[in-house]
Design a protein around this ligand. Structure first.
Ligand code: CU
Length: 148
């Protein structure tokens, strides 16, 4: 009896947030050395929605070493970085920009922010880039977002 319950509980846990073994909820870390811990994030087309949680594992404040997680097409990556720098502090992101697919808040050390978005408007195999829009960070803080 107890074993059966445990197996069902475990199966439920494994199914939650995954599709075909792909994580629909993923965590990425940013640190005080201008790095994300992942250079790519892979999600499955069978994820109805994707949730990305950004953890700033450093200790510097947001006005010095702020990080966010922003997703655009690779074509729009640098133009959106430029628009974010023009928008200035505290968020370094343009307001209501249709080129932005998803974005978290800009956070400082010890903080966490997440964003949930739909994959329905995105192309499997398309060329997408995620990055941090804090001035200068995009040079090192970027990666490929792969829908497969
Ligand atoms: Cu950053």
């Amino acid at each position: 009896m107890r074993t059966t319950f445990t197996i069902f509980a475990l199966a439920g846990w494994m199914l939650c947030g995954t599709a075909n073994g792909q994580e629909c909820e993923q965590t990425i870390e940013g640190n005080d050395a201008l790095r994300f811990n992942l250079t790519e994030v892979r999600v499955s087309t069978s994820c109805e929605q994707v949730t990305i949680t950004l953890q700033h594992v450093g200790s510097l404040p947001a006005n010095v070493m702020g990080h966010n997680w922003v997703l655009t097409t690779t074509t729009n990556f640098v133009p959106v970085v430029t628009a974010g720098q023009a928008a200035g502090p505290p968020g370094y992101m343009p307001e209501g920009d249709p080129r932005v697919i998803a974005e978290t808040d800009l956070i400082g050390g010890g903080e966490t922010a997440s964003v949930t978005f739909d994959l329905s408007g995105l192309e499997p195999g398309g060329d997408y880039t995620y990055f941090c829009s804090f001035p200068g960070h995009y040079v090192l803080m970027k990666g490929n977002f792969i829908i497969e």
